[in-house]
Design a protein around this ligand. Structure first.
Ligand code: ADP
Ligand code: MG
Length: 344
């Protein structure tokens, strides 16, 4: 009988590693294939960057609380984020949607309004796509194309021991926004006449429903004359992304709990949910912030920036990836992240 291995045995990253085995590269223009935030293609004077992401109804969003316009906006922005993670700039996108007859033309136009808004704001051209029907939920797949000067590109690999690990913005907010939305959805399902309690949570809801990608940070670092030595965007949670950087760079790291930037609204809502704010920041995901390393000699250039926070440094590989808790104890970092394939 044919062998059958359950998806949950490998998890998402194990599956990608398996699919990536024995892929033959035929062209010298393929500079980097699977394994970074974007594929890198030699386009002559510059490198071209390519990335794709899919949002699936009831896996990545719930139409009970995701406004269609925000959903369109988010599906574009999550792709932009991977281009910025290579220190590049986004140029074009193609958009594929699968919809059922549950959706009206107006509803699909709403999604496109959001996509167009993101394109306007980030200065990106929508140049194509595909439209198909779906028997079930809504699926949006966007592929983004970007470019970067050859000497400006930053990979996940490239860091070195003692270099500083820096994050932009703050973490865990989108995850807390999702907890609020899920709580209100449950309440609504039990009693549709109850009004949702959404006061004082605007920031974390926006981080969940309408995130931004850190084009500004890429630009800001250029003005400071700081080129990251390695970089990734934070889509699956800080812990998971740090482990990706360490693996790619053949390094270990030490980060400090007390240095992880967490917004006040995230913090107070985590407490209300009896969640540890640090755990939300480490494992929440969907932050779309940038995580990168810089040389120690660049520290003075970034130290006064309110957008950037040094959270630790790279160490040698044998020390592993660790977090120093507030009481001084050292714990190995684990990526809980999301496992799409785990059995419920
Ligand atoms: P990100 O979180 O930055 O979007 P992913 O974790 O989705 O990155 O993917 C990691 C790497 O694996 C990327 O280089 C991506 O292109 C590649 N990858 C993901 N899924 C597949 C697939 N089904 N086939 C080939 N490559 C894939
Ligand atoms: Mg990424």
């Amino acid at each position: 009988m044919d062998k059958r291995t359950e998806l949950e045995k490998l998890g998402e990253f194990g599956l990608i590693d398996k699919l990536a085995e024995n892929i033959k590269i035929h062209h010298a223009s393929t500079v980097k294939g699977i394994g970074d935030d974007c594929a890198v293609i030699d386009a002559g004077e510059k490198y071209m960057l390519v990335t794709t992401d899919t949002l699936v109804e009831n896996i990545h969003f719930n139409l009970m609380y995701s406004p269609l316009k925000h959903l369109g906006y988010k599906s574009a922005v999550v792709n932009f984020s991977d281009i910025y993670a290579m220190n590049g700039d986004v140029r074009q996108i193609v958009v594929s949607i699968a919809v059922s007859n549950r959706f009206s033309i107006e509803a699909i136009e709403e999604i496109y309004d959001g996509i167009k808004k993101a394109c306007e704001l980030y200065q990106v051209d929508l140049v194509g796509g595909d439209t198909t029907s779906s028997t079930g939920g809504l699926i949006i797949t966007i592929t983004a194309i970007g470019e970067v000067a050859k000497d400006e590109i930053v990979y996940r690999a490239g860091g070195a021991e003692k270099e500083l690990l820096v994050v932009s913005g703050n973490l865990g907010a989108a995850f807390m926004g999702l907890q609020i939305l899920e709580r209100e959805r449950q309440i609504y399902l039990e009693n549709p006449s109850v009004q949702p309690a959404l006061e004082g949570v605007d920031y974390i809801l926006e981080r969940q429903l309408k995130p931004e990608a850190r084009k500004d940070v890429v630009h800001f670092l250029k003005t400071l004359d700081v080129k990251p030595t390695s970089m990734i965007d934070i889509s699956d949670g800080l812990a998971s992304e740090i482990l990706h950087l360490c693996k790619a760079g053949d390094l270990g790291c030490t980060i400090y709990d007390e240095k992880i930037p967490i917004d006040q609204e995230t913090f107070s809502n985590a407490r209300e949910f009896n969640l540890d704010p640090t755990t939300c920041a480490l494992n929440g995901g969907e932050d779309y912030e940038l995580l990168f390393s810089i040389k120690q000699s660049d520290y003075d250039k970034i130290k006064d920036s309110e957008h950037l926070k040094v959270i630790g440094h790279y160490t040698d590989k044998n020390s592993g990836a660790n977090i120093v808790a507030r009481d001084g104890s050292v714990v190995a970092l684990k990526a809980q992240g999301w496992n799409h394939f785990s059995a419920e």
